[in-house]
Design a protein around this ligand. Structure first.
Ligand SMILES: C[S@@+](CC[C@H](N)C(=O)[O-])C[C@H]1O[C@@H](n2cnc3c(N)ncnc32)[C@H](O)[C@@H]1O
Length: 285
């Protein structure tokens, strides 16, 4: 994982949580949760999906939120408390694989599993196998939702599309993603179908910053979650991604808050950012 994600993890998680919250709420709403009582928030981080899950499923639901990084769990607990849903939520430090295998082995399983920005090669050597594991941890009729807020799909440098493409490539290289690139989100629906789920579909929930400060979550998201990672990627892997040293310097200027060339402060700046939900349902028998 690039250094920036470790040192700025809290800032990243909080900025990302605030920015994607409206999309998460809609995506969770598309999961058909009412009446489902045993839910898993897989890789909860700062609790990005917790509140929406608790509200959508209703007061009878119990949500187990797990993350293998114990350092982030207080953020999730505080969020659940602040939003008044902590009575329905258990936050636990655990590895997702262990939790899924325990649920499958017990023959009980979850009515719904939500995994946001978790199932990808950076976290699991074989994300397709992880999806199959999650399916085995569902009760019959249970639903699995894989949500992606990844900015690789976003338009964030309008007017600099070639630079934007090269920065994505530099970022993929910096993350050490497989040579096929970060295609995990393109494959989510295929993995759900291959694991035997029914009614598999993909839905898109856009986030737009236009003008950029009309939505107060956009600038903190870009400045705290996206720009640091892209600046680091430009410096470390920009030339490997086909950028000249002048272009690397230009990218860094465009992505540096406070610099006269900072792109967020240029007239007419906007960003368009899709988020994706791939969802499917386990057969009843
Ligand atoms: C990009 S963050 C997303 C957090 C949260 N789902 C959200 O949407 O805000 C990915 C999280 O998955 C967790 N994670 C990665 N691999 C895991 C595993 N094997 N078991 C449990 N958690 C894991 C990481 O620690 C991190 O907090």
């Amino acid at each position: 994982m690039p250094d920036v994600q470790q040192t700025g993890l809290t800032r990243y998680l909080l900025a990302n949580r605030a920015f994607v919250a409206p999309a998460v709420e809609k995506a969770v709403g598309a999961m058909d949760l009412p009446g489902r009582t045993r839910l898993l928030d897989a890789g909860t981080g700062a609790g990005g999906g917790l509140v929406a899950l608790a509200r959508a499923a209703g007061p009878a639901a119990r949500i187990l939120a797990v993350d293998h990084n114990p350092d982030v769990l207080d953020l999730a607990r505080a969020h659940a408390r602040a939003e008044g849903v902590s009575d329905r939520v258990e936050v636990r430090a655990a590895d997702l694989v262990d939790v899924l295998d325990a649920a499958a082995g017990a023959g009980g399983g979850f009515d719904a599993i939500w995994a946001a920005d978790v199932v990808w090669p950076g976290n699991f050597d074989d994300p397709r196998a992880l999806v199959a594991r999650a399916v085995r941890a569902l009760r019959p009729g249970g639903v699995l939702g894989l949500f992606t807020s990844n900015y690789y799909q976003a338009m964030f440098l309008p007017g600099h599309s070639r630079l934007e493409r090269a920065l994505r490539t530099a970022s993929e290289l910096n993350w050490g993603l497989p040579s096929g690139g970060p295609t995990h989100y393109e494959r989510h629906a295929g993995w759900l179908a291959a694991a035997g789920l029914l009614d598999v579909r993909v839905e898109v929930f856009p986030r737009v910053g236009s003008p950029v400060d009309a939505d107060p979550t956009v600038r903190p998201y870009l400045e705290n979650a996206v720009w640091p990672e892209l600046r680091e990627s430009a410096r470390k892997r920009g030339t490997d991604a086909g950028l000249s040293s002048d272009e690397v310097a230009e990218a860094v200027r465009l992505l540096t808050p406070g610099h006269p060339d900072h792109i967020l402060d240029t007239a007419g700046y906007y960003m368009v950012h899709p988020t994706l939900l791939a969802v499917g349902r386990r057969p009843l028998n």
